[in-house]
Design a protein around this ligand. Structure first.
Ligand SMILES: *[C@@H]1O[C@H](CO)[C@@H](O)[C@H](O)[C@H]1NC(C)=O
Ligand SMILES: *[C@@H]1O[C@H](CO)[C@@H](O)[C@H](O)[C@H]1NC(C)=O
Ligand SMILES: *[C@@H]1O[C@H](CO)[C@@H](O)[C@H](O)[C@H]1NC(C)=O
Ligand SMILES: *[C@@H]1O[C@H](CO)[C@@H](O)[C@H](O)[C@H]1NC(C)=O
Length: 556
């Protein structure tokens, strides 16, 4: 029996060994692959705000399409080109929210920020009902599974809520209530600046008075917003972000661009996402100019901002002064808004030379154009500084390319961003109500001397930061959209929400601790009392014997 059993055991043993080793080999070869994914229909609504609102989300949609989903971009005529550029199925729900011939933005150099915002809200509310109906229809006919809403497009959020669809909110600033901090200004007039950077008066003004005056000046418009929503059968609440509470918020920023603070679990900083492809310098005009002007300042104010005559006078006079002093040897100014009146202007430098715009145009060290390949110019080694309006997209590009900035802000978040750029030593903040000499001195500091070296160091550090974060921002955004699609958001709701206030703040534990402490104190007290009786007790009896207490019983 023994002899027979032995080979059998051996065979079993060898077989087991073999099977195990093949399993091991197989395990080495197998890759984990996700099984959660089924094709979904996604709708992104962005109808206002321009490329900085649309482009980075469209890049995420593109990634989602490559994962097998079907994304649609719902927008308006003036924004449709962004969707087409990213190859996304694009649908226009109407003409531009802000009529093209309206000069609200194009004249905004010295506009009262209250009226800029008021006008904007006025246009948005006019478009609200038709947009709301269009989004509701799209969600139904396209069998949309998830809706992505730009933070300006409340009608999109309401349409998603109507159909009970999950929605994600996108923004460039961390404005959601669960992304705010008490020590960082959330007032749009000085957005993102922390309390050490501003005076007590500014804190009161920008966080309270500004909002108060805004409400007062735009009361009629805001009432119209409420009425419009009520007419559509929607709940109109003064807390305009109430419905953001349970939604994932994707923000196209990173710490460093925003002051650091704790974020709620539904807020994700996934940016800055930059277009990974940019237009190269195709025209030899730029190439030759930059190759020949090794210290060039690049000037551009985005698609909307338009410097006033006074602004142009201040900036041109300062730049021409610096050219005369040979602090810089080139200026590229991309200006889409030059009007007949500006063509009549003259500019006088600190050195008292006067130039007409025609002379500037002919100046060998000046390149005045209506459009420019911005990223390519920023990447060119001859570009030593960027004079910008401080729009988030421009700041991202400048930092990516490692170019220090002179920020000349116009409206909205640009003012706060300019303050932060100055504070973080990434550039200078050019105020508009100063002398030519002051402006020229600030720009000189930016490109020459000790301060410029310090700024250059900071900009290099930020360049790394921006490049690191922009590499995988698109994939991260797409991952988070898939998380909402396939896992929901219930796991991201703060756990405290399902608890009583007693458990949230551990009040029960403190109560027990207090009881124990009280009990302990009581125990110590009674112990001391007993000791007292043991030691002092006999003494007092002795005292009695002395007769000192003879009167005491009488007094009782
Ligand atoms: C432009 O906007 C202003 C302010 O809202 C308004 O009064 C004006 O009628 C608008 N112009 C056009 C052409 O829409
Ligand atoms: C995406 O959805 C649209 C509208 O429902 C449809 O016309 C289109 O064929 C879909 N595309 C793909 C690739 O499934
Ligand atoms: C500009 O540079 C080109 C070569 O890059 C050179 O041929 C040309 O002479 C330069 N022009 C000026 C005005 O310096
Ligand atoms: C410009 O400012 C500098 C220093 O701020 C000063 O030395 C210089 O005299 C000023 N020049 C003029 C023309 O005001």
């Amino acid at each position: 029996m023994h002899t027979l059993l032995f080979p059998t055991t051996l065979i079993v043993f060898i077989t087991l060994l073999f099977v195990q080793s093949t399993i091991a080999v197989k395990q080495q070869q197998q890759h984990l692959s996700p099984t959660y994914r089924t094709p979904k229909n996604i709708l992104f609504a962005c109808t206002i705000g321009g490329s900085s609102h649309a482009n980075w989300v469209l890049a995420i949609l593109n990634d989602l399409n490559q994962r097998g989903h079907n994304a649609t971009f719902a927008t308006r005529d003036d924004h449709a080109r962004f969707g087409i550029r990213y190859g996304i199925n694009t649908i226009s729900v109407g003409p531009a929210t802000i009529p093209k011939d309206n000069t609200t933005y194009n004249d905004n150099a010295h506009l009262d920020p209250h009226s800029v915002m008021g006008t904007l809200i006025g246009h948005v509310v006019d478009a609200y009902p038709s947009e709301y109906i269009a989004f509701r229809d799209l969600i139904e006919t396209r069998q949309i599974d998830l809706v992505i809403c730009d933070h300006f497009v409340d009608s999109c959020i309401e349409a998603a809520k109507f159909h009970g669809k999950p929605f994600v909110i996108t923004s460039t600033l961390a404005i959601a209530p669960d992304a705010r901090a008490s020590f960082i200004s959330s007032g749009i007039s000085l957005y993102g600046v922390h309390n050490n950077q501003i005076s007590l008066f500014e804190r009161i003004y920008h966080n309270y008075l500004f909002t108060g005056t805004f409400l007062w000046k735009n009361f009629a418009t805001l009432m119209k917003v409420g009425q419009t929503k009520t007419d559509l059968g929607l709940v109109s609440s003064p807390d305009t972000m109430a419905s953001w509470k349970d939604a994932m918020k994707l923000v196209n920023t990173a710490f460093g661009l925003e002051n650091a603070r704790a974020l709620g679990p539904l807020v994700e900083f996934i940016g800055p996402i930059l277009p990974l492809h940019y237009q190269p310098i195709t025209s030899t005009t730029y190439e030759t100019f930059l190759d020949n002007h090794s210290r060039t300042i690049y000037v551009a104010f985005g698609q909307n901002a338009n410097p006033s005559l006074l602004d142009r006078s201040l900036l041109w006079s300062s730049l021409l002064s610096l050219l005369e002093d040979e602090v810089i040897n080139g200026v590229v100014w991309a200006d889409a808004h030059i009007t007949a009146m500006e063509k009549e202007m003259t500019f006088t430098t600190i050195q008292h030379t006067t130039y007409s715009l025609a002379q500037i145009n002919d100046h060998p060290n000046v390149l005045l154009t209506s459009w420019s390949p911005q990223m390519a110019i920023l990447q060119h080694p001859s570009t030593v500084a960027f004079l910008t309006h401080g729009g988030a997209g421009s700041l991202h590009e400048s930092l990516y390319a490692g170019v220090p900035m002179a920020v000349f802000p116009f409206v909205g978040d640009q003012l706060g961003l300019a303050r932060n750029i100055e504070e973080q030593g990434l550039g200078v903040y050019l105020r508009r109500d100063v002398t030519i000499n002051t402006t020229a001195t600030l720009i000189r500091d930016l490109v020459k001397g000790d301060k410029s070296l310090e700024i250059q160091n900071n900009v290099q550090r930020y360049s790394a930061l921006i490049q690191i974060h922009s590499q995988h921002g698109v994939q991260r955004g797409a991952d988070l959209i898939e998380e909402v699609l396939f896992a929901g958001v219930s796991h991201r709701l703060e756990a405290s929400r399902s608890m009583s206030i007693i458990k949230v703040y551990n009040l029960d534990i403190y109560f027990i601790f207090s009881l124990l402490a009280f009990g302990g104190l009581l125990a110590i007290y009674s112990l001391l009392l007993q000791i007292h009786h043991l030691i002092v007790g006999p003494k007092s009896q002795q005292q009695n014997l002395t007769g000192d207490y003879v009167h005491k019983p009488k007094g009782q």
